[in-house]
Design a protein around this ligand. Structure first.
Ligand SMILES: *Cc1c(COP(=O)(O)O)cnc(C)c1O
Length: 376
């Protein structure tokens, strides 16, 4: 039952197939030269010193926290208006996520509320650039510096974004990205951390493969020599297969960003000023990466709106219902409705509309018309 108006279509094609064929013809399917080339290109794109390519953004967040020395007893301030991976990565590192409510107009972590949540156990802040709109990183950096905290950005939505000239990774210890199936760059599954800290990058590189000093590619290139395990590690290394899918995408990333921008502008033309429909505010100085195009519906129950879309064959999803009210977090940490009212309001009202480069303009008009009729 595919949708008449799909939510998302990937654009992988011949360039990716060609590079994949090259990898198939070579010796190394796992981490090797293609991964190194991808890391160099990603660092270059973001203007960052180091990229560590891994199997997911969740893994990148986890390794970043471990690399910064976080663990049991530590608290990390983050947002409940995010994908559950953000909070899960904090738990995986052994630390505790401490939620802070969001700005009602952007859905981003409210920097003005962060200081009140800082305790003597707080070690880091993990902001999420929701839908591709960057958080106020200058404000967060100031707070972090005042309290001697680290910042790890969940930039899964924000490869192309910036705010006041600041890009992900510029004002933090590390920024983490996802190449999951629907993200702006994709290899189906994949992720990366960028950092300007050479020591942190080296630690993450070790920890992404069992703490081993040599990869299979090193052994193939140099002939067998013994490797050691100087550190504890995990199994998060990206393979040449994913890197081959990612490398050709740099060439069209900026063109696609322009297409996303144009689609978002079209949706905004159709929906701005419609009673009962709230769009994400865009503070001045932002280059929005437009990973998703969300609306928050007030003129109709959200689930009723989803029902109408389903009847009409329009693919939509919800990004996101507030994380603190999911069963595990509510049960484990005792969160309850009312704890983070702005995140809850947005979480009860959110619908992500069909949105991908190459989406026909007629679909934008049709989807917008369906909302306008429904909230009328
Ligand atoms: C997709 C996503 C992640 C997780 O990415 P994976 O690569 O699937 O681990 C983390 N945070 C946010 C905000 C995401 O959208």
């Amino acid at each position: 039952m595919s949708d008449r108006i799909p939510f998302f279509k990937h654009d992988l094609g011949q360039p990716e197939l060609d590079l994949l064929a090259e990898v198939f013809g070579g010796e190394i399917l796992t981490t090797g030269d293609y991964v190194r080339r991808f890391e160099a290109a990603f660092s270059d794109y973001l203007g960052a010193a180091h990229t560590v390519a891994v199997t997911s953004c969740t893994g990148a967040l986890h390794l970043s926290l471990l690399g910064l020395g976080l663990g049991p007893g530590d608290e990390v301030i983050t947002t409940p208006m995010t994908f559950v991976a953000t909070a899960m990565a904090i738990l995986q590192a052994g630390a505790r996520p401490v939620f802070v409510d969001v700005e009602p107009d952007t859905g981003n972590l409210d920097a003005g509320l962060v200081e009140a949540a800082i305790t003597d156990r707080t070690r880091a802040i993990m902001p999420v650039h929701l839908f591709g709109l960057m958080c106020d990183m200058k404000a967060l950096r100031e707070i972090a510096d005042r309290h001697d905290l680290k910042i790890v950005e969940d930039a899964a939505h924000c490869i192309e974004g910036s705010r006041d000239g600041v890009r992900p990774g510029a004002l933090s210890e590390a920024a983490c990205f996802s190449f999951y199936a629907t993200k702006n760059m994709t290899s189906g599954e994949g992720g990366a951390a960028v950092t300007n800290d050479a020591g942190l990058a080296a630690d993450m590189r070790l920890a992404r493969l069992h703490g081993m000093t040599k990869t299979a590619a090193d052994r193939a290139a140099e002939g067998y020599s013994h490797w050691d395990v100087p550190a504890f590690g995990w199994k998060y290394n990206m393979s040449n297969i994913e890197a081959a899918l990612l490398l050709p995408q740099f060439e069209r990333l900026e063109r696609k960003a322009a297409q996303r921008q144009a689609l978002a502008a079209r949706y905004r033309d159709e929906l701005t000023g419609v009673n009962g429909v709230q769009l994400q505010a865009e503070p001045p100085g932002c280059r929005h990466a437009h990973h998703l195009f969300p609306v928050w519906v007030h003129g109709i129950e959200r689930d009723a709106m989803i029902g109408i879309f389903r009847e009409q064959g329009v693919g939509v999803v919800v990004n996101y219902r507030a994380v603190h009210l999911t069963e595990y977090f509510a049960r484990t940490f005792g969160y309850k409705p009312g704890d983070f009212p702005e995140a809850e309001k947005l979480g009860d009202r959110a619908i992500s509309l069909p949105f991908y480069p190459g989406m026909p303009d007629s679909h934008v008009s049709e989807v917008s018309g369906i909302i306008r009729n429904a909230v009328d």
